[in-house]
Design a protein around this ligand. Structure first.
Ligand code: 5GP
Ligand code: MG
Length: 175
């Protein structure tokens, strides 16, 4: 098994505090309306699993799409692949699109553009982590919970070559 050095970046306590704050702001935002969460697999699995348990169950539906750009190459970015978006019915619904990390923004921008064309009642984009980097596009998420530097991270759903998703904390990895 490959060994990597991991440095703690965000504690479990800090993550849970931000998730609780986010759920409160979403409850305020949607009031008593129903909304559809579309989660981007697999990285947002822990975030969404924690978040939906703090939202009103009767108001929330859940769908997922799969996006991958790293895959087996680890930290080297490849072609963006999106699966499962065509089948989701978003017309006239309140849609909340959730991803783990906003990096270049390509993933969220592409998904948001595609979803908007399907005429949801409204679309809100939420990410757990926001990387502080220079970007080519002006597209930004509507809500980001934690800012980080330009480092490759793992844990709390986020992987390096499919490992480390199970950490309750987020770490910087040096492969
Ligand atoms: P973007 O399209 O914004 O450049 O990239 C977003 C996607 O890249 C995220 O959904 C995430 O899956 C992946 N990504 C970006 N930064 C990292 C990182 O530091 N670690 C891991 N494991 N994935 C990342
Ligand atoms: Mg992703």
């Amino acid at each position: 098994m490959e060994k990597h050095s991991l440095r703690l970046l965000i504690s479990e306590e800090e993550i849970q505090k931000k998730v609780a704050e986010a759920s409160q702001s979403l409850i305020q935002k949607y009031q008593d309306q129903e909304f559809l969460i579309i989660m981007i697999m697999k990285g947002s699995i822990c975030f969404v699993a924690d978040l939906i348990r703090q939202l009103p169950p009767e108001q929330v539906s859940l769908e997922f799409v799969r996006c991958s750009s790293y895959g087996k190459r680890g930290t080297q970015k490849g072609q963006l692949v999106i699966e499962g978006l065509e089948k989701i019915d978003v017309k006239d619904r309140h849609v909340l699109l959730i991803d783990d990390i906003f990096d270049t923004g390509d993933t969220l921008e592409e998904l948001a553009t595609f979803l908007r064309a399907k005429q949801p009642k409204d679309l809100w984009t939420l990410v757990l982590l926001f990387k502080r980097i220079k970007r080519k596009t002006s597209f930004l998420p509507d809500q980001a919970l934690i800012e980080i530097g330009d480092e490759f991270v793992v844990g709390y759903g986020v992987d390096y070559k499919e490992r480390y998703r199970g950490f309750k904390e987020i770490y910087v990895i040096t492969p």
